[in-house]
Design a protein around this ligand. Sequence first.
Ligand SMILES: *Cc1c(COP(=O)(O)O)cnc(C)c1O
Length: 379
Amino acid sequence: MTDIKIPLLIPQLPNREALWPYLGQIDEKQHYSNFGPLVKRLESSLQQRFQLHAQIPLLVTTVSSATLGLELALSALGLPKGTRVLVPALTFVATLTAVIRAGYIPVVTDIDPDSWLLTPEIATEAAKSSDAGAVLAVATFSQPQDTLLWHEFQKKTGIRVVIDAAAAFGSQWVQAPDIPVVFSMHATKSLAAGEGGFVVSGEQKNIGLVTQMSNFGINLDPLAHLPVGYLSSVGTNAKLSEYHAAVALASLDGWDLMAATRRAVAARYRQSLIAACGSALIWQTGSEVAAPTTFSVRVGSYAVRQKLEDTCVKQGIATRRWYQPLLHQHAEKIEPLLSLPAHTAEAVADDLIGLPFFAMMSDEQMTAIVNAVHSVVSS
Ligand SMILES: *Cc1c(COP(=O)(O)O)cnc(C)c1O
């Protein structure tokens, strides 16, 4: 194997100078976790950002990862154990594990051929044949979900909706009052804190429950029917530490600039590939991603992708079949799990390839990748 010369991605986190003032505040306050001042400040900064794009009041609560945020947002719906939850076939495995760990049964569902998303339209059909009680829709590859459309779907069908927007900070906004949306702050995501996440929702009750369950399920509300300190539900420890909040705040300070750089690189990259390969490449449709973190494209067939992967290995270019195997193609012991036909997801998975992407990609690196793709798709 050739040494990797072009890595798949390079995370972008604040350096020690950017962290310094926030670390100073931790030293001063000596508050290290349990909803400390930096966590509060982060939640308030995020809330303000989301509020600019919403007509309804929103709330934000931080968690230690998007995976736990998803598990808790799903649990907070309070649906009966064993409720069936639609999930798209093409997504990260955490979408699936969160549903199972919340006590529900995932039903793997197909995606739209153009946006590669599980849409309300697909969910409407899938719900008929699966007796679904909820949907965990995903902002796949940072392409946002339409929360207002999902709000209509939820109103019409009574089926609860949660959105996994782990990688979509900056692209996914929350416009509906009753659709919780979960974001990740993992090192590889749009707003990077190393590890971490947060849930945005217009529902006070849902957000309150997520916060409570992130702190073991302990009641901290003096107005509740239960004394403070009593366990109100079986939660977990999913609190964000002050240290992670410090990184997130520093990340947020530089986010707009970082996002603009990433958008520019992605646009140039895509234009070069289109100029070289024309219509041989198939792209996910939708709006421009605010801060792209990965770069995936369909190359036309399984055989072409295989050839491209071989070429990239020889040239030291890292690639990744993101989100594969599809959710229903993992080991049999991963259960409970139901699946509906997912022919579109399978077709997309057949020729989808993740190419290297990072903000500091040089012209030489970009040219090498474009040439590799061109040499394969045009032969
Ligand atoms: C990254 C990702 C997750 C998991 O996020 P963590 O914060 O690492 O737990 C969940 N869903 C999707 C779609 C993701 O891309």
